[in-house]
Design a protein around this ligand. Structure first.
Ligand SMILES: Cc1cc2nc3c(=O)[nH]c(=O)nc-3n(C[C@H](O)[C@H](O)[C@H](O)COP(=O)(O)OP(=O)(O)OC[C@H]3O[C@@H](n4cnc5c(N)ncnc54)[C@H](O)[C@@H]3O)c2cc1C
Length: 280
């Protein structure tokens, strides 16, 4: 073999190796960028998250912002699932309750909880006493609800008080996903106007997704000027504001136990089969 041939072989090998290395780098970077970031939750063990901001929204509601380990970390909570939070009641006894963050995994570096604190509530006491710099013990994900985009044609949602948080999470995930065309019809019940949680956020979803997201507010004690529903959520309200019974719809419920029971009765009476109903 002459020298010229050997030199041309070297160049060919070098080019080949270069192309192979480049291909590996491109594939690795594609895999890395398309891989979902690992979540920060552990289903078996409580993990501690630092409270970095506390914003009072009304006399008994506050928004708590917790830091994740890095600015790009995600909580890793599937849509429709919740977390268990552990705290101490006013007697120092351990208490564990479910909560649904109002943030999604598209909100990186932190997660938020909107908490309604009841005067006699055991976990409410823990949140009332939680200050910036303190840590909250959290375990999860938890829950039976699994959501796949486009799984149903439409969701009806019936929420009471703090039961709005799982609905808000699911509605946001649907509406912010350009590939998901599911319609969402929410009935949201409270005692007074001031009790309505996340009102600004809900109204801006209605404005941003006209025709896709509808909210009907119901109040027990409405203000003088009020164009929503009055009293408890009735069968007629459900008929008017939720999708009619069909195999490709689902009605989600989350509220205080007496409300959940009453709503299950209304839905059964209106012909919604058990498969068309879900209670968080
Ligand atoms: C899936 C899921 C997600 C949830 N997400 C959130 C959330 O994001 N934010 C949030 O604030 N809550 C949420 N909740 C409710 C939460 O789990 C607790 O039930 C709530 O914080 C009250 O707990 P507590 O220990 O303070 O009250 P408890 O000690 O259980 O109750 C004491 C008293 O408080 C009053 N009370 C308690 N709960 C209610 C209620 N729902 N309506 C009216 N009065 C009540 C009653 O008078 C009761 O006797 C969620 C519940 C579920 C099932």
């Amino acid at each position: 073999m002459d020298l010229e041939f050997l030199q041309s072989m070297d160049v060919q090998i070098l080019v080949g190796v270069g192309v192979a290395v480049l291909a590996i780098l491109v594939a690795a970077s594609y895999l890395f960028s398309s891989r979902k970031p690992k979540g920060c939750l552990d289903p078996e063990n409580f993990r501690e998250f630092k409270l970095v901001k506390r914003q009072q929204l009304s006399h008994n509601v506050a928004k708590f912002t917790f830091e994740l380990p890095t600015p790009t970390s995600v909580l890793g909570l599937p849509i429709g699932q919740h977390i268990s939070c552990r705290g101490k009641d006013s007697q120092g006894e351990e208490v564990i309750k479910p909560y649904t963050p109002t943030t999604l995994d598209s909100d990186v570096g932190h997660f938020e909880l909107v908490i309604k604190m009841y005067p006699q509530g055991r976990m409410s006491h823990h949140f009332r006493e939680l200050h910036v710099g303190d840590y909250l013990a959290v375990k999860g994900p938890k829950g039976r609800f699994r959501y796949q985009p486009g799984q149903v044609r439409a969701f009806g949602m019936i929420a009471g008080g703090s039961g709005i948080t799982p609905m808000f999470q699911v509605a946001r995930a649907i509406l912010e996903n350009p590939k998901d065309m599911t319609n969402v019809h929410l009935i949201y019940a409270n005692v007074t106007y001031e009790d309505i949680l996340l009102k600004e956020e809900l109204d801006s979803l209605v404005a941003n997704y006209p025709g896709r997201f509808k909210v009907y507010y119901v109040l027990n004690q409405p203000p003088e000027v009020w164009n929503g529903g009055v009293g408890f959520v009735s069968k007629e309200m459900i008929q008017t504001h939720c999708p009619a019974p069909a195999p490709d719809i689902k009605i989600l419920r989350c509220g205080p136990p007496p409300m959940n029971k009453a709503m299950a009765g209304h839905l059964d009476a209106l012909g919604y089969s058990p498969e068309m109903q879900f209670q968080f």
